[in-house]
Design a protein around this ligand. Structure first.
Ligand code: SF4
Length: 300
Protein backbone atom coordinates (compact mmCIF):
# COMPACT_ATOMS: atom_id res chain seq x y z
CA UNK A 1 0.00 0.00 0.00
CA UNK A 2 1.45 3.45 -0.85
CA UNK A 3 2.39 5.57 2.14
CA UNK A 4 -0.07 8.30 1.15
CA UNK A 5 -3.10 6.05 1.58
CA UNK A 6 -5.17 6.86 4.67
CA UNK A 7 -5.24 4.50 7.61
CA UNK A 8 -7.94 1.89 7.17
CA UNK A 9 -9.46 0.86 10.45
CA UNK A 10 -9.39 -2.89 9.98
CA UNK A 11 -5.65 -2.92 9.43
CA UNK A 12 -5.20 -1.83 13.01
CA UNK A 13 -6.31 -3.84 16.00
CA UNK A 14 -9.67 -2.68 17.35
CA UNK A 15 -11.97 -4.23 19.92
CA UNK A 16 -15.55 -3.17 20.72
CA UNK A 17 -16.95 0.31 20.15
CA UNK A 18 -14.41 2.87 19.03
CA UNK A 19 -15.50 6.36 20.09
CA UNK A 20 -13.62 9.56 19.42
CA UNK A 21 -14.39 13.28 19.70
CA UNK A 22 -15.67 14.84 16.43
CA UNK A 23 -12.51 16.97 16.24
CA UNK A 24 -10.40 13.81 16.06
CA UNK A 25 -12.14 12.58 12.89
CA UNK A 26 -8.91 12.66 10.88
CA UNK A 27 -6.63 11.36 13.60
CA UNK A 28 -4.91 8.01 13.72
CA UNK A 29 -7.11 6.10 16.16
CA UNK A 30 -4.75 4.12 18.34
CA UNK A 31 -6.69 1.93 20.74
CA UNK A 32 -4.66 1.56 23.91
CA UNK A 33 -7.45 0.53 26.29
CA UNK A 34 -10.76 -1.27 25.82
CA UNK A 35 -13.83 0.21 27.49
CA UNK A 36 -13.99 2.78 30.24
CA UNK A 37 -12.53 2.52 33.72
CA UNK A 38 -15.74 3.94 35.24
CA UNK A 39 -18.52 2.44 33.12
CA UNK A 40 -21.30 3.37 35.55
CA UNK A 41 -22.87 6.53 34.10
CA UNK A 42 -26.60 5.89 33.76
CA UNK A 43 -26.97 7.54 30.34
CA UNK A 44 -23.95 5.95 28.66
CA UNK A 45 -24.22 2.80 26.61
CA UNK A 46 -20.86 3.08 24.89
CA UNK A 47 -18.97 0.40 26.77
CA UNK A 48 -21.80 -1.32 28.63
CA UNK A 49 -20.90 -4.92 29.37
CA UNK A 50 -17.29 -4.31 28.33
CA UNK A 51 -14.68 -5.13 30.95
CA UNK A 52 -12.11 -2.33 31.11
CA UNK A 53 -8.60 -3.42 30.21
CA UNK A 54 -5.34 -2.00 28.98
CA UNK A 55 -4.35 -3.53 25.67
CA UNK A 56 -1.23 -5.68 25.53
CA UNK A 57 1.97 -3.77 24.86
CA UNK A 58 2.84 -5.80 21.74
CA UNK A 59 -0.55 -5.05 20.09
CA UNK A 60 -0.17 -1.31 20.68
CA UNK A 61 3.41 -1.41 19.35
CA UNK A 62 2.26 -3.33 16.26
CA UNK A 63 -0.39 -0.67 15.63
CA UNK A 64 2.20 2.11 15.96
CA UNK A 65 4.41 0.22 13.51
CA UNK A 66 1.47 -0.03 11.10
CA UNK A 67 0.78 3.69 11.44
CA UNK A 68 4.46 4.44 10.87
CA UNK A 69 4.15 2.84 7.48
CA UNK A 70 0.66 3.73 6.32
CA UNK A 71 -0.58 6.79 8.22
CA UNK A 72 1.96 9.37 7.15
CA UNK A 73 -0.59 11.97 6.18
CA UNK A 74 -2.35 12.02 9.53
CA UNK A 75 -0.86 14.63 11.82
CA UNK A 76 -2.72 13.66 14.96
CA UNK A 77 -3.16 10.57 17.07
CA UNK A 78 -6.12 9.90 19.34
CA UNK A 79 -5.67 7.33 22.10
CA UNK A 80 -8.89 5.30 22.41
CA UNK A 81 -11.01 4.20 24.42
CA UNK A 82 -12.90 5.88 27.20
CA UNK A 83 -10.09 6.87 29.51
CA UNK A 84 -6.57 6.31 28.19
CA UNK A 85 -5.10 8.62 30.81
CA UNK A 86 -5.78 5.96 33.46
CA UNK A 87 -2.88 3.89 32.06
CA UNK A 88 -0.01 3.84 34.58
CA UNK A 89 2.47 6.65 33.96
CA UNK A 90 5.46 4.60 32.80
CA UNK A 91 3.42 2.60 30.33
CA UNK A 92 1.60 5.63 28.93
CA UNK A 93 4.84 7.56 28.66
CA UNK A 94 6.37 4.67 26.76
CA UNK A 95 3.48 4.74 24.26
CA UNK A 96 3.95 8.49 23.75
CA UNK A 97 7.71 8.06 23.29
CA UNK A 98 7.09 5.35 20.69
CA UNK A 99 4.70 7.69 18.88
CA UNK A 100 7.32 10.45 19.00
CA UNK A 101 10.02 8.15 17.64
CA UNK A 102 8.03 6.19 15.06
CA UNK A 103 5.57 8.90 13.92
CA UNK A 104 7.67 12.08 14.02
CA UNK A 105 5.19 13.92 11.75
CA UNK A 106 2.48 13.71 14.42
CA UNK A 107 1.93 17.14 15.98
CA UNK A 108 -0.56 16.27 18.69
CA UNK A 109 -1.81 13.31 20.67
CA UNK A 110 -5.24 13.43 22.33
CA UNK A 111 -7.07 11.28 24.86
CA UNK A 112 -10.17 11.20 27.00
CA UNK A 113 -9.57 11.90 30.67
CA UNK A 114 -11.75 11.86 33.75
CA UNK A 115 -11.50 13.25 37.26
CA UNK A 116 -10.03 10.03 38.61
CA UNK A 117 -7.28 9.71 36.02
CA UNK A 118 -6.33 13.38 36.37
CA UNK A 119 -6.25 13.01 40.16
CA UNK A 120 -4.12 9.85 40.05
CA UNK A 121 -1.32 11.54 38.15
CA UNK A 122 0.81 14.25 39.71
CA UNK A 123 1.13 17.61 37.98
CA UNK A 124 4.74 16.77 37.14
CA UNK A 125 3.67 13.47 35.58
CA UNK A 126 1.06 15.25 33.48
CA UNK A 127 3.66 17.81 32.41
CA UNK A 128 5.95 14.95 31.36
CA UNK A 129 3.13 13.51 29.23
CA UNK A 130 2.62 16.96 27.70
CA UNK A 131 6.34 17.22 26.94
CA UNK A 132 6.07 13.94 25.03
CA UNK A 133 3.19 14.92 22.81
CA UNK A 134 -0.06 14.58 24.74
CA UNK A 135 -1.51 17.92 23.72
CA UNK A 136 -5.23 17.76 24.44
CA UNK A 137 -7.49 15.96 26.89
CA UNK A 138 -11.25 15.62 26.59
CA UNK A 139 -13.22 15.63 29.81
CA UNK A 140 -16.84 14.47 29.92
CA UNK A 141 -18.29 16.75 32.57
CA UNK A 142 -21.98 16.45 31.59
CA UNK A 143 -23.07 18.83 34.37
CA UNK A 144 -21.70 20.95 37.17
CA UNK A 145 -24.72 20.24 39.37
CA UNK A 146 -23.75 17.91 42.22
CA UNK A 147 -27.22 16.41 42.60
CA UNK A 148 -27.42 15.58 38.90
CA UNK A 149 -23.87 14.17 38.96
CA UNK A 150 -25.03 11.91 41.78
CA UNK A 151 -28.23 10.95 39.96
CA UNK A 152 -26.32 9.89 36.84
CA UNK A 153 -23.62 8.01 38.85
CA UNK A 154 -20.81 10.09 37.46
CA UNK A 155 -18.86 9.45 40.64
CA UNK A 156 -17.61 12.99 41.05
CA UNK A 157 -18.61 16.51 42.04
CA UNK A 158 -18.44 19.94 40.49
CA UNK A 159 -15.63 20.90 42.89
CA UNK A 160 -13.60 17.86 41.81
CA UNK A 161 -14.24 18.73 38.16
CA UNK A 162 -12.83 22.18 38.80
CA UNK A 163 -9.66 20.77 40.40
CA UNK A 164 -9.21 18.21 37.62
CA UNK A 165 -9.83 20.72 34.83
CA UNK A 166 -7.47 23.29 36.29
CA UNK A 167 -4.81 20.64 36.77
CA UNK A 168 -5.07 19.62 33.11
CA UNK A 169 -4.66 23.27 32.09
CA UNK A 170 -1.75 23.76 34.51
CA UNK A 171 -0.02 20.78 32.89
CA UNK A 172 -0.23 22.65 29.58
CA UNK A 173 -2.89 20.52 27.87
CA UNK A 174 -5.60 21.99 25.74
CA UNK A 175 -8.81 21.11 27.54
CA UNK A 176 -12.07 20.25 25.85
CA UNK A 177 -15.12 19.69 28.05
CA UNK A 178 -18.40 18.07 27.07
CA UNK A 179 -21.66 18.98 28.77
CA UNK A 180 -25.03 17.34 28.25
CA UNK A 181 -28.24 19.28 27.69
CA UNK A 182 -31.29 17.55 29.13
CA UNK A 183 -29.34 15.29 31.50
CA UNK A 184 -30.94 16.78 34.63
CA UNK A 185 -34.50 16.22 33.49
CA UNK A 186 -37.12 18.95 33.86
CA UNK A 187 -37.07 19.83 37.56
CA UNK A 188 -33.34 20.52 37.77
CA UNK A 189 -32.91 21.83 34.23
CA UNK A 190 -32.22 25.45 35.21
CA UNK A 191 -30.05 24.48 38.19
CA UNK A 192 -28.04 22.19 35.91
CA UNK A 193 -27.63 25.06 33.43
CA UNK A 194 -26.48 27.57 36.05
CA UNK A 195 -24.18 25.18 37.91
CA UNK A 196 -22.63 23.93 34.68
CA UNK A 197 -21.97 27.53 33.61
CA UNK A 198 -20.41 28.25 37.01
CA UNK A 199 -18.10 25.20 36.95
CA UNK A 200 -17.10 25.86 33.34
CA UNK A 201 -16.28 29.46 34.23
CA UNK A 202 -14.11 28.36 37.15
CA UNK A 203 -12.18 25.96 34.95
CA UNK A 204 -12.00 28.28 31.90
CA UNK A 205 -11.28 25.52 29.32
CA UNK A 206 -10.28 26.01 25.70
CA UNK A 207 -13.34 24.28 24.28
CA UNK A 208 -16.82 23.44 25.49
CA UNK A 209 -19.05 21.11 23.52
CA UNK A 210 -22.72 20.97 24.49
CA UNK A 211 -24.53 17.84 23.29
CA UNK A 212 -28.22 17.09 23.68
CA UNK A 213 -29.08 13.94 25.57
CA UNK A 214 -30.14 11.04 23.39
CA UNK A 215 -31.38 8.01 25.28
CA UNK A 216 -29.63 4.74 24.53
CA UNK A 217 -31.74 1.58 24.89
CA UNK A 218 -30.28 -0.75 27.50
CA UNK A 219 -29.05 2.04 29.77
CA UNK A 220 -30.51 2.71 33.24
CA UNK A 221 -31.58 6.20 32.16
CA UNK A 222 -33.52 4.78 29.24
CA UNK A 223 -35.25 2.37 31.63
CA UNK A 224 -36.10 5.35 33.88
CA UNK A 225 -37.58 7.14 30.87
CA UNK A 226 -39.66 4.10 29.89
CA UNK A 227 -40.93 3.79 33.44
CA UNK A 228 -41.90 7.47 33.52
CA UNK A 229 -39.25 8.38 36.11
CA UNK A 230 -37.18 10.57 33.79
CA UNK A 231 -38.60 13.12 31.32
CA UNK A 232 -37.01 14.10 28.06
CA UNK A 233 -36.99 17.86 27.52
CA UNK A 234 -38.73 19.40 24.54
CA UNK A 235 -36.58 21.25 21.96
CA UNK A 236 -37.64 24.60 23.47
CA UNK A 237 -36.76 23.44 26.98
CA UNK A 238 -33.35 22.33 25.76
CA UNK A 239 -32.79 25.71 24.12
CA UNK A 240 -33.83 27.50 27.29
CA UNK A 241 -31.36 25.35 29.23
CA UNK A 242 -28.62 26.14 26.73
CA UNK A 243 -29.39 29.83 26.96
CA UNK A 244 -29.11 29.84 30.77
CA UNK A 245 -25.92 27.81 30.59
CA UNK A 246 -24.28 30.21 28.14
CA UNK A 247 -25.48 33.20 30.15
CA UNK A 248 -23.70 31.75 33.21
CA UNK A 249 -20.54 30.72 31.35
CA UNK A 250 -17.67 33.20 31.34
CA UNK A 251 -14.64 32.00 29.41
CA UNK A 252 -11.62 34.20 28.86
CA UNK A 253 -10.96 32.92 25.32
CA UNK A 254 -12.66 29.56 24.81
CA UNK A 255 -14.96 28.23 22.12
CA UNK A 256 -18.46 27.20 23.12
CA UNK A 257 -19.94 24.86 20.55
CA UNK A 258 -23.35 23.27 20.45
CA UNK A 259 -23.07 22.08 16.87
CA UNK A 260 -23.14 18.35 17.49
CA UNK A 261 -25.58 16.36 15.37
CA UNK A 262 -27.70 15.78 18.48
CA UNK A 263 -28.51 19.49 18.86
CA UNK A 264 -31.55 21.31 17.50
CA UNK A 265 -29.79 24.65 16.90
CA UNK A 266 -26.15 24.67 15.79
CA UNK A 267 -24.07 27.14 17.79
CA UNK A 268 -20.42 28.11 17.44
CA UNK A 269 -19.40 30.90 19.77
CA UNK A 270 -16.00 32.39 20.50
CA UNK A 271 -16.22 33.59 24.08
CA UNK A 272 -16.54 36.22 25.34
CA UNK A 273 -16.92 37.98 21.96
CA UNK A 274 -19.97 36.06 20.71
CA UNK A 275 -21.81 35.60 23.98
CA UNK A 276 -24.50 38.27 23.51
CA UNK A 277 -25.13 37.49 19.84
CA UNK A 278 -25.46 33.78 20.70
CA UNK A 279 -28.01 34.52 23.41
CA UNK A 280 -29.92 36.62 20.87
CA UNK A 281 -29.78 33.77 18.35
CA UNK A 282 -31.29 31.39 20.90
CA UNK A 283 -34.01 33.94 21.67
CA UNK A 284 -34.83 34.10 17.96
CA UNK A 285 -35.07 30.31 17.81
CA UNK A 286 -37.29 30.27 20.90
CA UNK A 287 -39.60 32.83 19.31
CA UNK A 288 -39.85 30.73 16.14
CA UNK A 289 -37.96 33.14 13.86
CA UNK A 290 -35.29 30.47 13.25
CA UNK A 291 -36.25 26.94 12.27
CA UNK A 292 -34.81 24.16 14.41
CA UNK A 293 -33.22 21.03 13.02
CA UNK A 294 -35.95 18.44 12.39
CA UNK A 295 -35.95 15.40 14.67
CA UNK A 296 -35.06 12.99 11.88
CA UNK A 297 -31.85 14.85 11.13
CA UNK A 298 -30.55 14.73 14.70
CA UNK A 299 -27.53 12.50 15.22
CA UNK A 300 -27.46 11.45 11.56
S1 SF4 B 1 -19.88 8.63 30.18
FE1 SF4 B 1 -17.66 8.45 30.04
S2 SF4 B 1 -17.03 7.95 32.14
FE2 SF4 B 1 -19.22 7.53 32.03
S3 SF4 B 1 -19.38 5.36 31.51
FE3 SF4 B 1 -19.47 6.50 29.58
S4 SF4 B 1 -17.36 6.56 28.84
FE4 SF4 B 1 -17.29 6.01 31.01
Amino acid sequence: MPASKPCIDYFMHYEGNIIRPPSEANSILLQVTVGCSRNKCTFCGTYRGERFRIKPHEIVMADIAFAAEYCRRQRRVFLCDGDALIIPQERLLNILIQIENRLPWVTRVGAYANVKSLRMKSLDELKTLKAHGLGIVYLGMETGDDQTLKNIHKGTTGAEMILAGRKALAAGFKLSITVLLGIAGRERSHIHARETGRVLSEIDPDYVGALSLMLIPGTPLHADYEAGRFPLLTPDELLEELKIMIAHTNLSKGLFHANHASNYLPIKARMPRDKESTLQLIDEALSGRITLKPEWLRAL
